[in-house]
Design a protein around this ligand. Structure first.
Ligand SMILES: Cc1ncc(COP(=O)(O)O)c(C=O)c1O
Length: 386
């Protein structure tokens, strides 16, 4: 059978109307108790598709099947948030005494998990410069068990040389884990590039409507069983409503991503011309470090990127942020609404100093009228020159 094109796959994957009286969407199964039909079933519960709500329901199975198909994964594990997808993956591939290499531009709370809980349980954590490429080999130790990458990185949006990192890790049988929340499998498929584990915050573009917390981990035939075991042992699972929303979001992901890409790029180019803006960190523009890697590995961009302002005076920045009417401050991205978030990379970098003096903002371009969005930014920027 020929491989399904993305639009067709997203529309029909894991939809089984015949099982649900013709209903096209897999219903929400709110379940804790699931009755065993017999003692024989009870004795062999591992062979049953479902035996307890935390271990899975038709709703979680439908979401996981859809993500696994998109990721070309042996299996996917749904989980309660993007952060828990990261922490479960890291716990699955580390133990006391192991050494992990984490990109210096990872999502902040991932960094906090590594420097607190992972460290407390005896894991040695080292941060590496995201653009290190093949030079990563020099950082490997005898006890290195995992290499974590995020592309583009949080806040600063550098794109690493994915193939170089994977090649080096494979030569030493080190497990590679990638946070692919920005691209989703529509723009980059980690497992097809030899990455062992792909983690995503489905809270973002996959759900797409700013109303669900959801994460997912996907693995290859060799990494998936460990991921499933870790999530089961830790007792972490996703809520049934959230799983439903994740699956519903997937159905329209391709159309939404195309629109986010077009709007994000238009806005990024417009911002390059604004006097208040020092630099635009959009992976599809040459002003973004690692832009050449984005061109090599990714098939597109979403609507999330960064800018660095010339201004450093916090009072003026505060007035600008309070002055925006459409770009409100929210600690997320990937929904239908535009967002702007002030984040300062210098507080989070340890492998390499962040030398940019200007103030950083993460922007997410939603579905408001583009003219209105530009007018909102222009008005806010005026506070910087007062
Ligand atoms: C790159 C990245 N990964 C993971 C997460 C965590 O996802 P969640 O908020 O679903 O826990 C976030 C959240 O902002 C993120 O930006």
């Amino acid at each position: 059978m020929t491989k399904k094109k993305t639009g067709t796959l997203l529309t029909h994957v894991s939809s089984r109307p015949k099982e649900f009286h013709g209903v096209v969407n897999t219903p929400v199964h709110r379940a804790s108790t699931i009755i065993f039909n017999s003692y024989a079933d009870f004795e062999h519960s591992d062979r049953l598709p479902f035996y307890y709500g935390r271990a899975g329901t038709p709703t979680s199975a439908a979401f996981e099947e859809a993500i696994a198909a998109l990721e070309s994964a042996a299996g996917s594990v749904s989980i309660c948030s993007g952060l828990s997808a990261i922490t479960v993956a890291l716990m699955a591939f580390t133990e006391a005494g192991s050494h992990v290499l984490m990109a210096d531009n990872i999502y902040g709370p991932n960094r906090t998990f590594c420097t607190t809980i992972l460290k407390k349980y005896g894991v040695e954590v080292e941060f590496y410069p995201p653009l290190i490429g093949a030079g990563i080999s020099k950082r490997f130790k005898k006890n290195t068990t995992a290499l974590f990458l995020e592309a583009p990185g949080s806040i600063t949006f550098e794109v690493c040389d994915i193939d170089a990192l994977v090649k080096a890790a494979k030569a030493r049988k080190i497990t590679t884990i990638m946070d692919n929340s920005w691209a989703t499998p529509l723009l980059f498929r980690p497992l097809q590039h030899g990455i062992d584990v792909s983690v995503m915050s489905a809270t973002k573009y996959i759900s797409g409507h700013s109303d669900a917390m959801l994460g997912v981990i996907s693995g290859t035939a060799s990494s998936y069983p460990r991921l499933r075991d870790a999530a089961t042992t830790l007792g972490i699972c996703a809520g049934s409503e959230e799983l439903y929303m994740g699956l519903r979001g997937l159905r329209t992901l391709e159309v939404r991503m195309k629109e986010h890409q077009a709007r994000g790029l238009e806005m990024a180019r417009w911002l390059q011309k604004q006097p208040a803006v020092k630099r635009v960190l959009h992976p599809a523009l040459s002003s973004c470090p690692g832009h050449e890697h984005w061109k090599t590995y990714f098939t597109g961009a979403c609507g999330t990127f960064g800018i660095i302002l010339k201004e450093t005076d916090k009072k003026k920045i505060g007035k600008m942020l309070d002055g925006f009417k459409l770009f409100r401050m929210g600690a997320s991205w990937g929904g239908y609404e535009s967002l702007c978030f002030p984040l300062q990379p210098k507080h989070d970098r340890t492998a390499e100093r962040w030398n940019e003096k200007g103030f950083s903002l993460r922007l997410h371009i939603g579905f408001e009228d583009m003219g209105d969005l530009k007018a909102d930014l222009e008005k806010g920027f005026q506070y910087l020159s007062l």
